[in-house]
Design a protein around this ligand. Sequence first.
Ligand code: ADP
Length: 571
Amino acid sequence: MPIGLLKGGLIVTSIALFVATAMIYVSQSQQRALMTATIRSSGWVAYQADLEFVKTQSAFATAALVPSGESIDALLLRLEILRSRLPVLYASDEGRILREIVATEAIVKPFESQLDSLIDEVGRVAPSNADAAGRLRGLAERLRPLGQVLQKILKESVAYNQEIFRRERALEQAPGIVPLVLLFLSGATLAVILILQGRRDRVQLAQIVQGKAAIAAMEENLRAVIEATPACMVVVDPRDDSVSFMNGSAAALVSDARDDPAWPRFVRAAREAAAQGQGNRWGMLSMAYARGAGDVVSLRGSFCRVLWEHRPQHLLVLADTTQVRNAELKVMQAAKLATLGEMATALAHELNQPLAVIKMAVANARRHLSGLEGGEPVSAKLDRISAQVDRAKRITDQVRRYGRMPTEQLQPFALRPALELAIGFVAEQYRAAAIRLAIDIDLSNELAVRGEQTMFEQVIVNLLVNARDAFDNRSEAAHPVVRVTARQEGGRALIAVEDNAGGIAPDMLERLFEPFATTKPTEKGTGLGLSLARSVVRDMGGSIRAENAETGARFLVDLPISPSFAERNAA
Ligand code: ADP
Protein backbone atom coordinates (compact mmCIF):
# COMPACT_ATOMS: atom_id res chain seq x y z
CA MET A 1 0.00 0.00 0.00
CA PRO A 2 1.40 3.43 -0.83
CA ILE A 3 2.70 5.24 2.22
CA GLY A 4 0.71 8.42 1.41
CA LEU A 5 -2.58 6.51 1.50
CA LEU A 6 -1.64 4.85 4.81
CA LYS A 7 -0.70 8.17 6.30
CA GLY A 8 -3.96 9.79 5.14
CA GLY A 9 -5.95 6.88 6.60
CA LEU A 10 -4.17 7.10 9.93
CA ILE A 11 -4.72 10.87 10.19
CA VAL A 12 -8.41 10.55 9.37
CA THR A 13 -8.77 7.68 11.89
CA SER A 14 -7.02 9.69 14.53
CA ILE A 15 -9.22 12.76 13.98
CA ALA A 16 -12.34 10.56 13.97
CA LEU A 17 -11.27 8.99 17.28
CA PHE A 18 -10.74 12.41 18.81
CA VAL A 19 -14.14 13.64 17.68
CA ALA A 20 -15.80 10.42 18.88
CA THR A 21 -14.10 10.78 22.25
CA ALA A 22 -15.26 14.33 22.63
CA MET A 23 -18.84 13.52 21.57
CA ILE A 24 -19.12 10.51 23.89
CA TYR A 25 -17.75 12.49 26.74
CA VAL A 26 -20.13 15.40 26.22
CA SER A 27 -23.17 13.19 25.69
CA GLN A 28 -22.39 11.05 28.72
CA SER A 29 -21.96 14.10 30.89
CA GLN A 30 -25.25 15.54 29.69
CA GLN A 31 -27.10 12.27 30.24
CA ARG A 32 -25.66 11.88 33.68
CA ALA A 33 -26.61 15.40 34.64
CA LEU A 34 -30.16 14.82 33.37
CA MET A 35 -30.44 11.49 35.14
CA THR A 36 -29.19 12.94 38.37
CA ALA A 37 -31.62 15.82 38.18
CA THR A 38 -34.53 13.50 37.42
CA ILE A 39 -33.61 11.04 40.14
CA ARG A 40 -33.33 13.84 42.63
CA SER A 41 -36.76 15.14 41.58
CA SER A 42 -38.20 11.64 41.99
CA GLY A 43 -36.99 11.63 45.58
CA TRP A 44 -38.52 15.02 46.00
CA VAL A 45 -41.90 13.77 44.75
CA ALA A 46 -41.86 10.89 47.28
CA TYR A 47 -40.87 13.27 49.98
CA GLN A 48 -43.68 15.68 49.13
CA ALA A 49 -46.26 12.87 49.12
CA ASP A 50 -45.03 11.74 52.52
CA LEU A 51 -45.08 15.31 53.76
CA GLU A 52 -48.65 15.71 52.56
CA PHE A 53 -49.56 12.53 54.42
CA VAL A 54 -48.05 13.87 57.63
CA LYS A 55 -49.89 17.20 57.15
CA THR A 56 -53.16 15.31 56.53
CA GLN A 57 -52.67 13.28 59.71
CA SER A 58 -52.06 16.41 61.71
CA ALA A 59 -55.19 17.96 60.11
CA PHE A 60 -57.08 14.80 61.23
CA ALA A 61 -55.71 15.22 64.77
CA THR A 62 -56.67 18.93 64.84
CA ALA A 63 -60.15 18.23 63.55
CA ALA A 64 -60.63 15.36 66.07
CA LEU A 65 -59.45 17.60 68.90
CA VAL A 66 -61.67 20.50 68.03
CA PRO A 67 -64.32 19.34 65.54
CA SER A 68 -65.56 22.44 63.75
CA GLY A 69 -66.57 23.41 60.27
CA GLU A 70 -63.23 25.15 59.72
CA SER A 71 -61.05 22.32 60.94
CA ILE A 72 -63.02 19.79 58.84
CA ASP A 73 -62.69 22.04 55.76
CA ALA A 74 -58.92 22.29 56.36
CA LEU A 75 -58.82 18.50 56.68
CA LEU A 76 -60.75 18.09 53.44
CA LEU A 77 -58.28 20.44 51.68
CA ARG A 78 -55.39 18.34 52.97
CA LEU A 79 -57.05 15.12 51.83
CA GLU A 80 -57.66 16.59 48.36
CA ILE A 81 -54.01 17.65 48.11
CA LEU A 82 -52.85 14.21 49.28
CA ARG A 83 -55.19 12.60 46.75
CA SER A 84 -53.71 14.76 43.96
CA ARG A 85 -50.18 13.77 45.01
CA LEU A 86 -50.70 10.03 44.64
CA PRO A 87 -50.82 9.78 40.74
CA VAL A 88 -47.73 11.98 40.62
CA LEU A 89 -45.86 9.07 42.25
CA TYR A 90 -46.16 6.96 39.09
CA ALA A 91 -47.62 9.04 36.19
CA SER A 92 -45.25 12.04 36.15
CA ASP A 93 -41.65 12.05 34.71
CA GLU A 94 -40.26 11.77 38.20
CA GLY A 95 -42.88 9.13 39.06
CA ARG A 96 -41.75 6.97 36.12
CA ILE A 97 -38.27 6.77 37.69
CA LEU A 98 -39.82 5.99 41.07
CA ARG A 99 -41.73 3.21 39.40
CA GLU A 100 -38.46 1.55 38.45
CA ILE A 101 -37.34 1.63 42.11
CA VAL A 102 -40.64 0.63 43.76
CA ALA A 103 -43.84 -0.65 42.11
CA THR A 104 -45.56 2.60 43.03
CA GLU A 105 -48.53 2.31 40.73
CA ALA A 106 -49.57 -1.10 42.06
CA ILE A 107 -49.28 -0.14 45.70
CA VAL A 108 -50.51 3.44 45.51
CA LYS A 109 -53.48 3.10 43.15
CA PRO A 110 -55.74 1.17 45.65
CA PHE A 111 -55.36 4.08 48.08
CA GLU A 112 -56.73 6.55 45.55
CA SER A 113 -60.28 5.12 45.65
CA GLN A 114 -59.90 4.69 49.41
CA LEU A 115 -59.03 8.37 49.69
CA ASP A 116 -61.96 9.31 47.45
CA SER A 117 -64.39 7.48 49.77
CA LEU A 118 -62.57 8.91 52.81
CA ILE A 119 -63.04 12.43 51.46
CA ASP A 120 -66.73 11.69 51.01
CA GLU A 121 -67.04 10.35 54.54
CA VAL A 122 -65.13 13.26 56.12
CA GLY A 123 -67.45 15.57 54.20
CA ARG A 124 -70.43 13.93 55.79
CA VAL A 125 -69.13 14.30 59.41
CA ALA A 126 -71.20 16.93 61.28
CA PRO A 127 -69.05 18.91 63.72
CA SER A 128 -71.93 19.35 66.03
CA ASN A 129 -72.28 15.60 66.60
CA ALA A 130 -70.89 14.28 69.83
CA ASP A 131 -69.06 11.39 68.13
CA ALA A 132 -67.61 13.60 65.42
CA ALA A 133 -64.18 13.41 67.09
CA GLY A 134 -64.44 9.65 67.41
CA ARG A 135 -65.42 9.20 63.80
CA LEU A 136 -62.60 11.41 62.60
CA ARG A 137 -60.07 9.36 64.61
CA GLY A 138 -61.49 6.18 63.09
CA LEU A 139 -61.16 7.59 59.60
CA ALA A 140 -57.61 8.72 60.37
CA GLU A 141 -56.89 5.20 61.45
CA ARG A 142 -57.97 3.88 58.00
CA LEU A 143 -55.47 6.17 56.37
CA ARG A 144 -52.52 4.81 58.37
CA PRO A 145 -51.54 1.98 55.84
CA LEU A 146 -51.12 4.69 53.17
CA GLY A 147 -48.62 6.36 55.46
CA GLN A 148 -46.61 3.15 55.72
CA VAL A 149 -46.64 2.73 51.94
CA LEU A 150 -45.47 6.31 51.40
CA GLN A 151 -42.79 5.86 54.04
CA LYS A 152 -41.53 2.76 52.24
CA ILE A 153 -41.45 4.59 48.87
CA LEU A 154 -39.59 7.48 50.43
CA LYS A 155 -37.05 5.20 52.11
CA GLU A 156 -36.32 3.22 49.00
CA SER A 157 -36.09 6.39 46.94
CA VAL A 158 -33.65 7.87 49.41
CA ALA A 159 -31.59 4.65 49.43
CA TYR A 160 -31.54 4.71 45.62
CA ASN A 161 -30.51 8.35 45.55
CA GLN A 162 -27.72 7.60 47.97
CA GLU A 163 -26.50 4.77 45.75
CA ILE A 164 -26.58 7.03 42.68
CA PHE A 165 -24.74 9.73 44.58
CA ARG A 166 -22.11 7.24 45.68
CA ARG A 167 -21.61 5.99 42.11
CA GLU A 168 -21.33 9.54 40.80
CA ARG A 169 -18.68 10.30 43.34
CA ALA A 170 -16.85 7.14 42.31
CA LEU A 171 -17.20 8.07 38.66
CA GLU A 172 -15.94 11.59 39.31
CA GLN A 173 -12.91 10.19 41.09
CA ALA A 174 -12.15 7.45 38.52
CA PRO A 175 -11.47 8.96 35.08
CA GLY A 176 -13.60 7.60 32.20
CA ILE A 177 -11.87 4.46 30.86
CA VAL A 178 -13.36 4.63 27.37
CA PRO A 179 -12.23 8.18 26.59
CA LEU A 180 -8.87 7.25 28.03
CA VAL A 181 -8.57 4.25 25.72
CA LEU A 182 -9.68 6.34 22.78
CA LEU A 183 -7.20 9.03 23.66
CA PHE A 184 -4.49 6.43 23.98
CA LEU A 185 -5.44 4.96 20.62
CA SER A 186 -5.41 8.31 18.89
CA GLY A 187 -2.11 9.23 20.51
CA ALA A 188 -0.61 5.89 19.50
CA THR A 189 -1.92 6.39 15.98
CA LEU A 190 -0.26 9.76 15.76
CA ALA A 191 2.98 8.31 17.09
CA VAL A 192 2.85 5.55 14.44
CA ILE A 193 2.24 8.18 11.77
CA LEU A 194 5.20 10.20 12.94
CA ILE A 195 7.48 7.14 13.11
CA LEU A 196 6.43 5.97 9.65
CA GLN A 197 6.86 9.43 8.24
CA GLY A 198 10.27 9.77 9.86
CA ARG A 199 11.38 6.43 8.47
CA ARG A 200 10.08 7.25 5.03
CA ASP A 201 11.84 10.63 5.13
CA ARG A 202 15.07 8.93 6.15
CA VAL A 203 14.78 6.38 3.33
CA GLN A 204 14.00 9.14 0.84
CA LEU A 205 16.90 11.21 2.11
CA ALA A 206 19.28 8.25 1.78
CA GLN A 207 17.97 7.61 -1.74
CA ILE A 208 18.47 11.26 -2.67
CA VAL A 209 22.01 11.26 -1.26
CA GLN A 210 22.79 8.01 -3.11
CA GLY A 211 21.27 9.33 -6.31
CA LYS A 212 23.28 12.55 -6.04
CA ALA A 213 26.50 10.60 -5.47
CA ALA A 214 25.74 8.33 -8.45
CA ILE A 215 25.00 11.35 -10.65
CA ALA A 216 28.21 13.07 -9.50
CA ALA A 217 30.25 9.92 -10.24
CA MET A 218 28.57 9.55 -13.62
CA GLU A 219 29.24 13.21 -14.42
CA GLU A 220 32.87 12.80 -13.45
CA ASN A 221 33.20 9.69 -15.62
CA LEU A 222 31.52 11.41 -18.52
CA ARG A 223 33.84 14.39 -18.18
CA ALA A 224 36.83 12.05 -18.08
CA VAL A 225 35.57 10.26 -21.20
CA ILE A 226 34.93 13.57 -22.94
CA GLU A 227 38.38 14.83 -22.01
CA ALA A 228 40.09 11.58 -23.01
CA THR A 229 38.33 11.12 -26.33
CA PRO A 230 40.46 11.90 -29.37
CA ALA A 231 37.44 13.56 -30.97
CA CYS A 232 37.08 17.35 -30.64
CA MET A 233 34.06 18.31 -28.56
CA VAL A 234 32.93 21.92 -28.48
CA VAL A 235 29.77 23.50 -27.04
CA VAL A 236 28.78 26.74 -28.73
CA ASP A 237 26.27 29.26 -27.41
CA PRO A 238 24.11 30.16 -30.42
CA ARG A 239 23.27 33.59 -28.97
CA ASP A 240 26.71 35.00 -29.63
CA ASP A 241 28.63 32.03 -31.07
CA SER A 242 30.86 32.01 -27.99
CA VAL A 243 32.47 28.77 -26.84
CA SER A 244 30.99 27.46 -23.56
CA PHE A 245 33.05 24.27 -23.42
CA MET A 246 35.91 22.55 -25.23
CA ASN A 247 37.66 19.30 -24.49
CA GLY A 248 41.42 18.69 -24.62
CA SER A 249 41.42 17.59 -28.26
CA ALA A 250 39.52 20.72 -29.32
CA ALA A 251 41.85 22.94 -27.29
CA ALA A 252 44.86 21.27 -28.93
CA LEU A 253 43.35 21.72 -32.38
CA VAL A 254 42.19 25.34 -32.11
CA SER A 255 43.23 27.04 -28.88
CA ASP A 256 42.80 26.55 -25.15
CA ALA A 257 41.77 30.21 -24.68
CA ARG A 258 38.08 30.74 -25.30
CA ASP A 259 38.62 34.34 -26.35
CA ASP A 260 41.22 33.39 -28.96
CA PRO A 261 40.23 34.88 -32.35
CA ALA A 262 40.77 31.40 -33.84
CA TRP A 263 37.52 30.23 -32.21
CA PRO A 264 35.10 32.56 -34.09
CA ARG A 265 36.80 31.40 -37.32
CA PHE A 266 36.34 27.77 -36.32
CA VAL A 267 32.68 28.27 -35.31
CA ARG A 268 31.98 30.13 -38.57
CA ALA A 269 33.48 27.28 -40.60
CA ALA A 270 31.41 24.74 -38.65
CA ARG A 271 28.25 26.81 -39.07
CA GLU A 272 28.76 27.07 -42.83
CA ALA A 273 29.40 23.31 -43.05
CA ALA A 274 26.32 22.59 -40.93
CA ALA A 275 24.16 24.82 -43.11
CA GLN A 276 24.88 22.48 -46.00
CA GLY A 277 23.57 19.53 -43.96
CA GLN A 278 20.03 18.32 -43.48
CA GLY A 279 19.05 20.76 -40.75
CA ASN A 280 17.61 18.01 -38.56
CA ARG A 281 18.32 17.62 -34.86
CA TRP A 282 21.44 15.57 -35.48
CA GLY A 283 23.28 16.96 -38.47
CA MET A 284 26.35 15.48 -40.07
CA LEU A 285 29.05 17.89 -41.09
CA SER A 286 32.32 17.71 -42.90
CA MET A 287 34.55 20.75 -42.76
CA ALA A 288 38.06 22.02 -43.36
CA TYR A 289 39.74 24.31 -40.86
CA ALA A 290 42.90 26.27 -41.62
CA ARG A 291 45.20 26.45 -38.63
CA GLY A 292 47.73 29.25 -38.11
CA ALA A 293 50.63 28.09 -40.23
CA GLY A 294 48.55 27.35 -43.33
CA ASP A 295 48.04 23.82 -42.07
CA VAL A 296 44.59 22.69 -43.23
CA VAL A 297 42.83 20.09 -41.10
CA SER A 298 39.94 17.96 -42.35
CA LEU A 299 37.21 17.39 -39.77
CA ARG A 300 34.19 15.16 -39.96
CA GLY A 301 31.45 14.65 -37.37
CA SER A 302 28.08 15.90 -36.28
CA PHE A 303 26.35 18.59 -34.29
CA CYS A 304 23.22 18.59 -32.18
CA ARG A 305 21.24 20.81 -29.89
CA VAL A 306 21.84 20.19 -26.18
CA LEU A 307 20.78 21.72 -22.90
CA TRP A 308 24.14 22.85 -21.55
CA GLU A 309 24.33 24.83 -18.30
CA HIS A 310 20.51 25.20 -18.41
CA ARG A 311 20.59 26.84 -21.84
CA PRO A 312 19.92 25.39 -25.29
CA GLN A 313 23.30 25.28 -27.01
CA HIS A 314 25.01 23.45 -29.87
CA LEU A 315 27.35 20.51 -29.37
CA LEU A 316 29.93 19.80 -32.08
CA VAL A 317 31.67 16.42 -32.13
CA LEU A 318 34.38 16.27 -34.76
CA ALA A 319 37.13 13.81 -35.62
CA ASP A 320 40.35 14.87 -37.29
CA THR A 321 40.26 12.95 -40.58
CA THR A 322 43.32 14.60 -42.09
CA GLN A 323 45.43 11.45 -41.79
CA VAL A 324 42.68 9.28 -43.22
CA ARG A 325 42.34 11.68 -46.13
CA ASN A 326 46.09 11.68 -46.72
CA ALA A 327 46.09 7.89 -46.52
CA GLU A 328 43.30 7.81 -49.07
CA LEU A 329 45.37 10.03 -51.34
CA LYS A 330 48.35 7.74 -50.84
CA VAL A 331 46.35 4.65 -51.62
CA MET A 332 45.22 6.36 -54.79
CA GLN A 333 48.82 7.15 -55.59
CA ALA A 334 49.87 3.57 -54.85
CA ALA A 335 47.17 2.36 -57.21
CA LYS A 336 48.51 4.75 -59.83
CA LEU A 337 52.02 3.42 -59.28
CA ALA A 338 50.81 -0.14 -59.61
CA THR A 339 49.23 0.72 -62.96
CA LEU A 340 52.46 2.40 -63.98
CA GLY A 341 54.36 -0.76 -62.98
CA GLU A 342 52.09 -2.90 -65.14
CA MET A 343 52.62 -0.53 -68.04
CA ALA A 344 56.40 -0.66 -67.54
CA THR A 345 56.34 -4.47 -67.55
CA ALA A 346 54.29 -4.52 -70.74
CA LEU A 347 56.61 -1.95 -72.29
CA ALA A 348 59.69 -4.01 -71.39
CA HIS A 349 58.04 -7.05 -72.92
CA GLU A 350 57.23 -5.17 -76.13
CA LEU A 351 60.74 -3.73 -76.34
CA ASN A 352 62.32 -7.20 -76.25
CA GLN A 353 61.33 -7.98 -79.82
CA PRO A 354 62.75 -4.88 -81.51
CA LEU A 355 65.89 -5.34 -79.40
CA ALA A 356 66.22 -8.95 -80.67
CA VAL A 357 65.74 -7.69 -84.26
CA ILE A 358 68.42 -4.99 -83.78
CA LYS A 359 70.78 -7.60 -82.28
CA MET A 360 70.22 -9.91 -85.23
CA ALA A 361 70.66 -7.05 -87.73
CA VAL A 362 73.93 -6.10 -86.03
CA ALA A 363 75.16 -9.71 -86.29
CA ASN A 364 74.19 -9.79 -90.02
CA ALA A 365 75.91 -6.47 -90.70
CA ARG A 366 79.02 -7.72 -88.95
CA ARG A 367 78.98 -10.84 -91.14
CA HIS A 368 78.69 -8.70 -94.31
CA LEU A 369 81.50 -6.49 -93.12
CA SER A 370 83.91 -9.33 -92.43
CA GLY A 371 86.64 -9.40 -95.09
CA LEU A 372 85.75 -5.89 -96.37
CA GLU A 373 88.59 -3.45 -96.38
CA GLY A 374 88.34 -0.36 -94.17
CA GLY A 375 85.42 -1.87 -92.28
CA GLU A 376 87.06 -1.59 -88.85
CA PRO A 377 85.46 1.74 -87.73
CA VAL A 378 82.03 0.46 -88.75
CA SER A 379 82.69 -2.82 -86.94
CA ALA A 380 83.66 -0.90 -83.79
CA LYS A 381 80.39 1.05 -84.04
CA LEU A 382 78.48 -2.21 -84.44
CA ASP A 383 80.18 -3.49 -81.28
CA ARG A 384 79.00 -0.41 -79.39
CA ILE A 385 75.45 -0.86 -80.75
CA SER A 386 75.51 -4.52 -79.71
CA ALA A 387 76.77 -3.61 -76.20
CA GLN A 388 74.04 -0.98 -75.78
CA VAL A 389 71.39 -3.45 -76.99
CA ASP A 390 72.62 -5.93 -74.38
CA ARG A 391 72.37 -3.26 -71.71
CA ALA A 392 68.87 -2.29 -72.85
CA LYS A 393 67.92 -6.00 -72.74
CA ARG A 394 69.25 -6.29 -69.21
CA ILE A 395 67.21 -3.32 -68.09
CA THR A 396 64.02 -4.59 -69.67
CA ASP A 397 64.64 -7.99 -68.08
CA GLN A 398 64.95 -6.39 -64.68
CA VAL A 399 61.90 -4.26 -65.22
CA ARG A 400 59.91 -7.34 -66.21
CA ARG A 401 61.17 -9.29 -63.25
CA TYR A 402 60.48 -6.45 -60.85
CA GLY A 403 57.00 -5.91 -62.15
CA ARG A 404 56.08 -9.57 -62.24
CA MET A 405 53.13 -10.46 -59.97
CA PRO A 406 54.40 -12.56 -57.08
CA THR A 407 53.23 -16.16 -56.76
CA GLU A 408 52.15 -17.31 -53.38
CA GLN A 409 54.41 -20.38 -53.41
CA LEU A 410 57.57 -20.42 -51.35
CA GLN A 411 60.36 -21.73 -53.55
CA PRO A 412 63.96 -22.15 -52.46
CA PHE A 413 66.17 -19.71 -54.34
CA ALA A 414 69.84 -18.88 -54.19
CA LEU A 415 70.33 -15.78 -52.05
CA ARG A 416 73.55 -14.46 -53.49
CA PRO A 417 72.39 -14.10 -57.17
CA ALA A 418 69.12 -12.54 -55.94
CA LEU A 419 71.05 -9.96 -53.92
CA GLU A 420 73.33 -9.22 -56.83
CA LEU A 421 70.40 -8.82 -59.19
CA ALA A 422 68.71 -6.33 -56.85
CA ILE A 423 71.96 -4.41 -56.41
CA GLY A 424 72.49 -4.41 -60.18
CA PHE A 425 69.04 -2.87 -60.61
CA VAL A 426 69.94 0.26 -58.64
CA ALA A 427 73.62 0.40 -59.58
CA GLU A 428 72.95 2.83 -62.44
CA GLN A 429 71.02 5.22 -60.17
CA TYR A 430 73.79 5.09 -57.60
CA ARG A 431 76.38 5.92 -60.21
CA ALA A 432 74.29 8.87 -61.33
CA ALA A 433 73.93 10.08 -57.75
CA ALA A 434 77.65 9.56 -57.03
CA ILE A 435 76.97 7.22 -54.15
CA ARG A 436 79.49 4.47 -53.59
CA LEU A 437 78.08 0.97 -53.22
CA ALA A 438 80.29 -1.16 -50.97
CA ILE A 439 79.33 -4.81 -51.38
CA ASP A 440 80.53 -7.52 -49.05
CA ILE A 441 78.57 -10.72 -49.69
CA ASP A 442 80.10 -13.59 -47.75
CA LEU A 443 77.71 -16.34 -48.89
CA SER A 444 78.23 -19.51 -50.88
CA ASN A 445 76.60 -19.48 -54.30
CA GLU A 446 74.27 -22.36 -53.35
CA LEU A 447 73.01 -20.93 -50.11
CA ALA A 448 69.28 -20.85 -50.57
CA VAL A 449 66.38 -19.32 -48.71
CA ARG A 450 62.69 -20.01 -49.24
CA GLY A 451 60.32 -17.42 -50.63
CA GLU A 452 59.30 -15.49 -53.71
CA GLN A 453 62.57 -14.33 -55.26
CA THR A 454 61.10 -11.34 -57.09
CA MET A 455 59.50 -10.04 -53.96
CA PHE A 456 62.71 -10.48 -52.00
CA GLU A 457 64.61 -8.55 -54.69
CA GLN A 458 62.02 -5.78 -54.33
CA VAL A 459 62.74 -5.66 -50.60
CA ILE A 460 66.49 -5.13 -51.20
CA VAL A 461 65.80 -2.64 -54.00
CA ASN A 462 63.51 -0.69 -51.69
CA LEU A 463 66.17 -0.58 -48.95
CA LEU A 464 68.76 0.63 -51.44
CA VAL A 465 66.42 3.24 -52.95
CA ASN A 466 65.57 4.52 -49.46
CA ALA A 467 69.29 4.76 -48.65
CA ARG A 468 69.85 6.68 -51.87
CA ASP A 469 66.92 9.03 -51.12
CA ALA A 470 68.27 9.62 -47.62
CA PHE A 471 71.22 11.49 -49.19
CA ASP A 472 68.85 13.96 -50.88
CA ASN A 473 68.53 15.95 -47.67
CA ARG A 474 72.11 15.30 -46.47
CA SER A 475 74.39 17.23 -48.75
CA GLU A 476 76.93 17.46 -45.93
CA ALA A 477 77.81 13.75 -46.23
CA ALA A 478 81.30 14.10 -47.75
CA HIS A 479 81.56 10.58 -49.14
CA PRO A 480 78.16 9.03 -49.56
CA VAL A 481 78.49 5.30 -49.09
CA VAL A 482 75.94 2.53 -48.88
CA ARG A 483 77.28 -0.74 -47.56
CA VAL A 484 75.54 -4.06 -48.32
CA THR A 485 76.86 -7.00 -46.28
CA ALA A 486 75.61 -10.58 -46.09
CA ARG A 487 76.88 -13.55 -44.10
CA GLN A 488 75.73 -16.88 -42.80
CA GLU A 489 75.34 -17.43 -39.09
CA GLY A 490 74.28 -20.97 -38.20
CA GLY A 491 71.00 -21.72 -39.89
CA ARG A 492 70.41 -18.06 -40.72
CA ALA A 493 71.46 -15.60 -43.34
CA LEU A 494 72.00 -12.03 -42.10
CA ILE A 495 71.85 -9.15 -44.56
CA ALA A 496 72.59 -5.52 -43.63
CA VAL A 497 72.11 -2.34 -45.65
CA GLU A 498 73.78 0.63 -44.02
CA ASP A 499 74.27 4.22 -45.18
CA ASN A 500 76.00 7.31 -43.84
CA ALA A 501 73.20 9.72 -44.68
CA GLY A 502 72.48 10.84 -41.10
CA GLY A 503 69.94 8.25 -39.95
CA ILE A 504 66.18 7.92 -39.58
CA ALA A 505 64.17 10.77 -38.04
CA PRO A 506 63.45 9.83 -34.36
CA ASP A 507 59.68 10.22 -34.71
CA MET A 508 59.80 7.96 -37.76
CA LEU A 509 61.74 5.18 -36.10
CA GLU A 510 58.75 3.81 -34.16
CA ARG A 511 56.31 3.72 -37.07
CA LEU A 512 58.77 3.00 -39.82
CA PHE A 513 57.09 -0.23 -40.89
CA GLU A 514 53.55 1.10 -40.68
CA PRO A 515 51.82 1.58 -44.01
CA PHE A 516 51.87 5.15 -45.31
CA ALA A 517 54.51 6.28 -42.85
CA THR A 518 56.73 8.51 -44.94
CA THR A 519 58.72 11.72 -44.72
CA LYS A 520 59.05 12.06 -48.45
CA PRO A 521 56.99 14.49 -50.52
CA THR A 522 53.71 13.02 -51.78
CA GLU A 523 54.85 12.81 -55.37
CA LYS A 524 57.87 10.72 -54.32
CA GLY A 525 57.04 8.57 -51.28
CA THR A 526 54.13 6.27 -50.63
CA GLY A 527 55.20 4.95 -47.24
CA LEU A 528 54.36 1.45 -48.46
CA GLY A 529 57.84 0.17 -49.25
CA LEU A 530 58.94 -0.86 -45.76
CA SER A 531 55.54 -2.20 -44.78
CA LEU A 532 55.62 -4.38 -47.90
CA ALA A 533 59.21 -5.39 -47.07
CA ARG A 534 58.22 -6.49 -43.61
CA SER A 535 55.36 -8.67 -44.86
CA VAL A 536 57.58 -10.26 -47.54
CA VAL A 537 60.34 -11.05 -45.00
CA ARG A 538 57.79 -12.39 -42.55
CA ASP A 539 56.36 -14.64 -45.27
CA MET A 540 59.87 -15.99 -45.68
CA GLY A 541 59.96 -16.81 -41.97
CA GLY A 542 62.43 -14.02 -41.17
CA SER A 543 62.44 -10.57 -39.64
CA ILE A 544 63.51 -7.06 -40.55
CA ARG A 545 64.43 -4.21 -38.23
CA ALA A 546 65.98 -0.77 -38.44
CA GLU A 547 68.33 1.19 -36.20
CA ASN A 548 70.34 4.35 -36.31
CA ALA A 549 74.07 3.66 -36.46
CA GLU A 550 76.74 6.31 -35.91
CA THR A 551 76.49 8.04 -39.26
CA GLY A 552 73.32 6.75 -40.78
CA ALA A 553 70.55 4.17 -40.89
CA ARG A 554 71.08 0.43 -40.70
CA PHE A 555 68.49 -2.11 -41.86
CA LEU A 556 68.99 -5.73 -40.78
CA VAL A 557 67.26 -8.64 -42.50
CA ASP A 558 67.40 -12.01 -40.79
CA LEU A 559 66.31 -15.03 -42.89
CA PRO A 560 66.20 -18.76 -42.14
CA ILE A 561 68.23 -20.83 -44.59
CA SER A 562 66.20 -23.25 -46.71
CA PRO A 563 66.11 -26.66 -44.92
CA SER A 564 67.11 -28.59 -48.08
CA PHE A 565 70.28 -26.47 -48.40
CA ALA A 566 71.02 -26.76 -44.69
CA GLU A 567 70.67 -30.56 -44.87
CA ARG A 568 72.86 -30.80 -47.95
CA ASN A 569 75.45 -28.63 -46.25
CA ALA A 570 75.38 -30.71 -43.10
CA ALA A 571 75.85 -33.90 -45.15
P1 ADP B 1 58.68 5.74 -48.79
O1 ADP B 1 60.06 5.40 -49.27
O2 ADP B 1 57.66 5.73 -49.86
O3 ADP B 1 58.61 6.93 -47.91
P2 ADP B 1 59.17 3.50 -47.06
O4 ADP B 1 58.24 2.65 -46.25
O5 ADP B 1 60.09 2.77 -47.95
O6 ADP B 1 58.25 4.51 -47.85
O7 ADP B 1 59.99 4.43 -46.08
C1 ADP B 1 59.37 5.08 -45.05
C2 ADP B 1 60.19 6.20 -44.47
O8 ADP B 1 61.30 5.65 -43.74
C3 ADP B 1 60.85 7.12 -45.43
O9 ADP B 1 59.94 8.13 -45.86
C4 ADP B 1 61.99 7.71 -44.63
O10 ADP B 1 61.55 8.77 -43.83
C5 ADP B 1 62.37 6.57 -43.72
N1 ADP B 1 63.57 5.88 -44.17
C6 ADP B 1 63.64 4.70 -44.83
N2 ADP B 1 64.93 4.38 -45.07
C7 ADP B 1 65.69 5.38 -44.57
C8 ADP B 1 67.11 5.63 -44.52
N3 ADP B 1 67.99 4.80 -45.05
N4 ADP B 1 67.50 6.76 -43.89
C9 ADP B 1 66.63 7.63 -43.36
N5 ADP B 1 65.30 7.44 -43.37
C10 ADP B 1 64.83 6.33 -43.99
